[in-house]
Write a protein that binds this ligand. Structure first.
Ligand SMILES: C[S@+](CC[C@H](N)C(=O)[O-])C[C@H]1O[C@@H](n2cnc3c(N)ncnc32)[C@H](O)[C@@H]1O
Length: 495
């Protein structure tokens, strides 16, 4: 199933948009019940806090306990909030957010058909919970459906275990099955049909093809093998497809692989908000319906191919994706020779809207149990983002809108970038965002309180009360808007 992390250059009435679509490991559902011999360990999962290198931990601690925050909250509360950040980052958000293609189908239609798929998964035993999963529309986002994630659940650990890489483990915690490329270790005689416990190798120590692993691992739930060991670790090269079908996950969410393709896709809620706040002048998220062109740039070819494939699936014919270094996307010539009208490089001031979903340190992504970046790596994004911002401002028409977003939690890549942009480009003004579901910008940069109020920061740490499996319906909307990945959005207009 797809996670679409919308990042698009807009070219509306000439829209230039960067889109980056992320496919998580996904699933093919077969019906099979788990009959297992169990060890007696009951695992009520509350994961350890996310692990960082000490230099990065200290850096983040300084960000979250900066002078301005401490004078606003007091030292003790600032420390508590930082502690909550480290805890919530290792846990998945408590709702799954689905973006519906409401340009081709009504939300109600999609909701009904989705409910049938979820019910089928329950009947087939792919979801072990007997409790039915509600599918709720979001009152402020007309193209969003929400499904509560059940967890942490009590699941017993089995005798046989497989180890998956950290990235695969994160996908499993959000409802995916285990795909063969994500599998690192499997028992010597593992065959299809075997029940196994699935663990994540959070520190990246397990070697591919190992028969066992004694390092630090985190339990994710139980599944049934779909492939035998020799099919997975075969000398002919990497195999594709589901290797272990999860049937009793610690965090349970229906799988949407192959479900209503072209009608729904997985997207983190803040990314949906970016889409809406960028397009309000066109009326809601009707950007895809406009007569204009949407130009998507990414420097990685496989991402561009995925963008084009997803655009075809979603019948978004106005999207043109190009593999291009966006820093070099501005041409000094009015009609650059050798380039087509809608291909980069583009003349200055040729776009009505630009969305810069910037490459970032990604520290707001959830769940994430360990991040091994050095401080140098974390700090390397600020200069790159400034180059991209400079390009974006040059490409934007006067009167145009620029939206800047990241999925990270530092000040350097968020509020400090906004302060820098306002100072460097006097033509930019901060604009209010609609909808505004997140918190305001964090204190600690040169921005004033009024400027911070115009920013939107999703801060799951502010409402984190530990991992609970309670889904009281009155809490659900609050959780949908707050228990998200860490995310930042700024919206500018150009004079
Ligand atoms: C928005 S994504 C990263 C964060 C994303 N939200 C995520 O979840 O991974 C950033 C994208 O920018 C692309 N990128 C980085 N530098 C670039 C450049 N100079 N030109 C074009 N694309 C670039 C990367 O390939 C990546 O797909």
């Amino acid at each position: 199933m797809r996670y679409v992390n919308g990042s698009v250059i807009l070219k509306g009435e000439k829209l230039l948009i960067y889109i980056y679509l992320h496919l998580t490991a996904v699933t093919f559902l077969l019906s099979c019940r788990l009959t297992v011999s169990m060890m007696s360990v009951i695992n009520k999962s509350v994961f350890p806090q996310i692990a960082f290198r000490s230099e990065v931990l200290e850096y983040l601690h300084n960000v979250y306990t900066n002078k301005e925050i401490v004078s606003e909250l007091g030292k003790e509360e600032a420390e508590r909030v930082f502690d909550s950040l480290l805890s919530c980052l290792s846990h998945p958000p408590s709702l799954t957010c689905l973006r519906a293609s409401t340009h081709t189908h009504s939300l109600q239609d999609i909701q009904q058909r989705l409910a049938q798929h979820v019910a089928q998964q329950q009947v087939s035993g792919s979801i072990s919970d007997r409790v039915s999963t509600p599918i709720l529309p979001h009152p402020q986002l007309p193209d969003v459906l929400l499904l509560p994630v059940r967890g942490p659940r009590d699941v017993s650990i089995l005798n046989a275990e497989v180890i998956v890489g950290a990235q695969c483990g994160s996908a499993v915690l959000r409802g995916a099955h285990v795909f063969a490329p994500g599998l690192l270790s499997a028992p010597k005689f593992m065959k299809a049909g075997d029940p196994v416990s699935v663990f994540s190798d959070v520190e990246g120590r397990c070697t591919q093809g190992a028969k066992e692993f004694q390092g630090k691992k985190i339990f994710l739930g139980n599944g049934v093998c779909v492939m035998k060991r020799s099919d997975i670790f075969c000398p002919e090269g990497p195999v594709r497809g589901v290797a272990v079908r999860m049937v009793d996950a610690l965090y349970q969410s229906p799988s949407f692989d192959g479900v209503l393709p072209g009608e729904v896709f997985l997207q983190n809620l803040p990314s949906v908000v970016v889409g809406h706040s960028r397009c309000d002048a066109l009326g809601s998220n009707r950007i895809v319906m406009s007569d204009g062109v949407v130009v998507a740039l990414d420097k990685i070819k496989s991402k561009v191919e995925k963008i084009s494939e997803n655009a075809r699936t979603l019948r978004l014919h106005c999207i043109q994706a190009h593999c291009y270094n966006s820093i070099q996307a501005v041409s000094s010539e009015l009609n650059p020779s050798g380039s087509q009208a809608d291909a980069p490089p583009f003349p200055e001031e040729s776009f009505d809207r630009i969305l810069l979903d910037a490459p970032c340190s990604g520290l707001g992504q959830r769940p994430n149990m360990a991040i091994n970046y050095s401080l140098k790596e974390v700090c390397s994004y600020q200069p790159l983002q400034r180059k991209l911002l400079r390009t974006a401002v040059q490409l934007l028409k006067k009167g145009g809108v620029l939206v800047y977003s990241t999925c990270t939690v530092t000040l350097a890549e968020n509020e400090e970038q906004v302060a820098w942009a306002l100072k460097t480009f006097p033509c930019l003004t901060l604009e209010p965002q609609e909808p505004h579901l997140g918190s305001q910008g964090m204190p600690g940069s040169e921005l004033s309180c009024d400027q911070r109020r115009l920013l939107q920061r999703f801060r799951p740490e502010l409402s984190w009360r530990g991992a609970t499996d309670s889904h009281a319906s009155e809490d659900l909307l609050f959780k949908a808007n707050t228990d998200t990945i860490g995310f930042f959005i700024a919206k500018f207009s150009k004079r």
